[in-house]
Ligand binder design. Structure first.
Ligand SMILES: Cc1cc2nc3c(=O)[nH]c(=O)nc-3n(C[C@H](O)[C@H](O)[C@H](O)COP(=O)(O)O)c2cc1C
Length: 179
């Protein structure tokens, strides 16, 4: 798939078929996402892939109080991917001080860059995704996230059972200033 077609054709998918996603494809998506750029090439993004229906249903029921609508989507998706990052690396100097005035925000920045690469790679494999930020912090405990990591978002992954229109984009004139 051509890059522009992939970028523009990716949509947030909130309804999935029952067709499972094989591990080989999931690993290929993660391998592609590993080519995302990262702060000083620290590569802090990590992926917890949840295939277990039991754990997925538990997360849908217990970790979506922030926005219960996400619980319905998670229950219906064949795979849930929790995106996390190794803390205190992206945006940090070796002595533990911040590298810039943006302090620790580079951690989430890198995680976002990797997440978009993941979603684009999934799209190129013919799979749908939706990124979810409205998830309770309790998800860390639900998946036994190691202490040295924090979560950024979750991604539902599966074969699309819908083909939504792209929500309208702002005009380039509203996005850009040339000087
Ligand atoms: C950081 C982030 C958090 C998001 N959180 C949610 C969410 O919690 N639930 C949801 O259904 N969609 C969520 N979305 C998806 C957006 O609503 C979606 O990207 C936007 O409406 C544009 O649609 P498109 O992705 O099809 O282009 C999130 C997207 C991003 C980038």
């Amino acid at each position: 798939m051509e890059a522009l077609e992939c970028i523009k054709g990716r949509r947030s998918i909130r309804a999935y078929t029952d067709e499972p996603v094989d591990r080989e494809t999931i690993n290929s998506i993660i391998e592609a996402a590993s080519y995302a750029p990262s702060w000083k090439h620290t590569q802090t993004a990590r992926y917890t892939v949840i295939e277990s229906k039991e754990l997925k249903d538990k997360i849908a029921a217990n970790c979506t109080h922030t926005y219960p609508g996400n619980g319905e989507i998670i229950k219906n998706a064949p795979v849930l991917v929790v995106v996390s990052f190794i803390k205190n690396r992206a945006g940090f100097e070796r002595d533990g001080s911040f590298s810039t005035s943006k302090e620790d925000r580079w951690e989430m920045f890198d995680s976002g860059v990797a997440t978009e690469a993941f979603c684009l790679a999934a799209h190129s494999f013919g799979l749908g995704t939706v990124i979810m930020g409205l998830i309770d912090d309790s998800i860390k405990e639900a998946i036994d996230l190691p202490e040295n990591q924090d979560t950024s978002c979750v991604i539902c992954l599966g074969h699309a059972a819908e083909a939504p229109q792209a929500p309208r984009r702002k005009a380039v004139e509203d996005l850009v200033i040339y000087k």
